[in-house]
Ligand binder design. Sequence first.
Ligand SMILES: *Cc1c(COP(=O)(O)O)cnc(C)c1O
Length: 339
Amino acid sequence: MEINLVSDTVTKPTQEMLRAMFKAEVGDDVYKQDPTVIELEARVAKMFGMEAALFFPSGTMANQTAIKLHTQPGEQLIADKWAHVYNYEGGGASFNSGVSCCLLDGNRGMITAQQVAGSINDPEFYHSPLTSLVCVENTTNKGGGACYDFEEFKKIRKVCDANNLKFHLDGARIWNALVATNDNPAAYGKVFHTISVCLSKGLGAPIGSVLLSDKATIHRALRIRKILGGGMRQVGYLAAAGIYALDHNIQRLADDHRRAKEIGAVLAQRSWVAKVEPIETNILIFSLQFQINEAVLLDKLKQKGISISSMGHGKLRIVTHLDYREVMHTYVLETLEKL
Ligand SMILES: *Cc1c(COP(=O)(O)O)cnc(C)c1O
């Protein structure tokens, strides 16, 4: 049994999802003539209380487009020190938009309105970069799948409005947050200027992200997506996978969350584990006792067919997902208990 717990991006489309893709009605989406893409965009926009949406090949491109939309070269964005937009998008914020990042020391990848307010450069002080954007993640990736309290978003938005800043949500795992917190997705549209969501993580689609905003902003985003090379033709085949995922794969995320917590409970009792971080969704981060060699442990698990990943600094990561089934889960729990 090969069990891959490295990421929730490793899932492969099921037969049912593939059938939905094969059946998709398509057109040239660069001319906005693909009915399936239009359907997906309308559906996700409505869900989050936004006017319009745009389909992207990756979450990175959707986030990078948002940064480009809200900033001018030389300006600065504010984000948590672990933010995906800073750490895992290849330096795109500086490459594509020419902006610097003011990184805040948040809690498990989450920042507060108070921290944001304290790090905005005075716009009259022209020696410093002009602060123009705040980016947050929900759930946080490097923060171990932590979920924001929605009230904090409202507070941050107030700070943004008072200081003429835009507010972007990197919602790669927003579905996990919605299932874990029971937040109303429609409320998100009122708080953020732009939201990116991924269909290819917990939802199990092979490709696809969607950027959400008002009509005028999405119209501008269309040009930026084109510049970045993200204009695609008969891409309804991929959008169909996203529609299928929205219909079938959201509620079941609760299973991923339960399994992550059950693995965490077993790990917490092992003598070789130093600490298990709090588990709210499908990401589990834990650290080893200092005398335990990380590479040896990873190799031992690998020999038993279980792959997990190292995050450096003695931290290991496990991510549960659609292709991690109950039989595998039983085996993983037993294997960890004996290790
Ligand atoms: C995965 C992820 C993205 C986007 O990643 P892509 O691989 O480009 O789709 C963005 N933000 C976060 C927090 C992520 O985990």
